[in-house]
Design a protein around this ligand. Sequence first.
Ligand SMILES: [Zn+2]
Length: 623
Amino acid sequence: MGTAWKTTVLSLWLVCILSKCSAEVRGYKYLSYSEIQESLQNAAKRYPRLVKLDSAQEVFDLPSVGKCANKQGLQEDCKIWIVEITNWDTRLKDSGRPHMLVSGEVHGDEVIGPQVAVEFMDLLLSNYGKDEKITSLVDTRVITIVPTTNAYGYETQTRGERQSDGEQELDPNRDFAFDQDPDLCMRTVAGRTINELFLAHFYRILITFHGGANVIGYEWGDTAHCRSRRCTLAPDNLAMVKLANRMRDYAGKAGDYESEYKVGDMGSTVYPVNGGMEDWGYGASWNDRIKCSPRTLGGYDLERTDYSDGSHRCLSYLVETGMEKRPDEQKLGTNEEPLVTGGRGDGHVPRNLRLLIAAADALEPYVALNNVTVDSDSLSCTWYVGGAFTVPKTRIEATYPGEKYKFTSHMEAGNGSFPYAGKMHMFSRSIKVRTSGSVYLRAVSIDTDSDLGKNSTSGEPQSHFVRSRSDPDWSYEINFSRVQGSSVFQSKTIHVSLDTGEKLDDDGAGIDWDELETQDGDALDEPQDDDYDYVGEDDDKKPPPEGSEEENETDQDDSSSDGRPSWIRYAVPAGASAGGLLLLALVVQAVRSRRYSTLQDNEYYDGDSEDLEDDEMPLRRYP
Ligand SMILES: [Zn+2]
């Protein structure tokens, strides 16, 4: 007995070492309708402050289609469950919180999405309060998850929605008020559920899961914008491409079971359709306006498809999770390292959890001040800008208690960071400060992703995603939710003791940064080059005049973020005496212009290539 016991302990210890003693490894499984229902109900009970659970039947008064087995195996009306995750304690005080929608499936036999949807909920909830990034995500976003949008189709493993015996199945993904006949839209309860959600929220990102191809597709994909699989560029093409690429890169492969996602507009990567959810989600309130008059399910009020201008401006992604609509269960993967691209236990579920995390992270830019050190009369800060792609101007702002001025450091320029994938572009700055007392600090990002707003041939961007981060005049409001454009994003304010270097409790809530006068000059509105240690009054360290050879040589690629030297510029000089402030380090330099071709970021774009013949389509089955 002694020996056996020792062996067991030893092997447990080995397993523990190998798996870093992490929580129990769990292989993802296909859940039935009733198991999904149970998970959602348990989550709502366990996390009442983070979860709101409703069904489309109760909250939107929609009919139900078909019977689904409950936990006891009894047949009951199928419900379309809607989970809404955010920090509900603070939600009403934060009307600007951005919204995202995840639909697990609309085709009942494409079954990876529902597992991903439920596991995504679980990932957010079980890591809340434990993982800083996920906690912050839940605190700052509202995520609506509909695991089985076509619930009866999922229960019966049929593609469409069959509303009564002997009747033809209706395809929910041809059922939307866009590029469709008014008689042929809003015929399904699945379609109406998504429609009602769009009437109640201004979504910025929609992810709708399918199966049968290996694609992340974006607009356009309707027959009006696409001819023989060549589509005109959507006005928000640049944002669509950049986010699709980020999702693809972080998602990676599904273990050994599926290669990396192909990315492109839906018309060329899949095929054009009428009445697709994605084109509708993006364009139905400004591009194509149809009022649906279906005859099914007792009809549907015409007003329900009479949209306000702000309702359908959502970057909408069709995610075809892989060539197999229902791969073997072991290909779903395990929960070992779901947020590590190519990590242990990788498979279809982890890769799509990563895809969803990338989307949720990008919903809105945020600024994180992550390290501050005080050293006699100077203070060093590092910070980054997440949820963004490019950061043309960012700086530190500081003020002292009771001060009516704020002091600003020189501008930095660089890339946005994506912390989940470890892709960090850290900004760093040392500033001169008083030798005692305390200081309030924050980092600010200005004109974040402003290049997304300067599009091309296809016209002004129309999405909330782009306009909310580039256009201060962009303003829409519905149901205690606001989309308010801004060109400035800032970190939380922190309060630091200059005597001890410690972070003080006070979060600076009483400081109205906008009311403080700026002490540095206009010249600081431009990004500075990084290669100069400019220490103010020291004349011979001034940068060379604009356009000089030396200046051109120092122009560097902003994408190389790692291993940059730390440099010092005294941009916040505060005379220790009467609070007298010297304005130092005024450097004017032209903004380095960066141009983006709309296709530059999209290696996979097929819309303008000749080589994709119809018979070579990557798709054989109807996704
Ligand atoms: Zn499908």
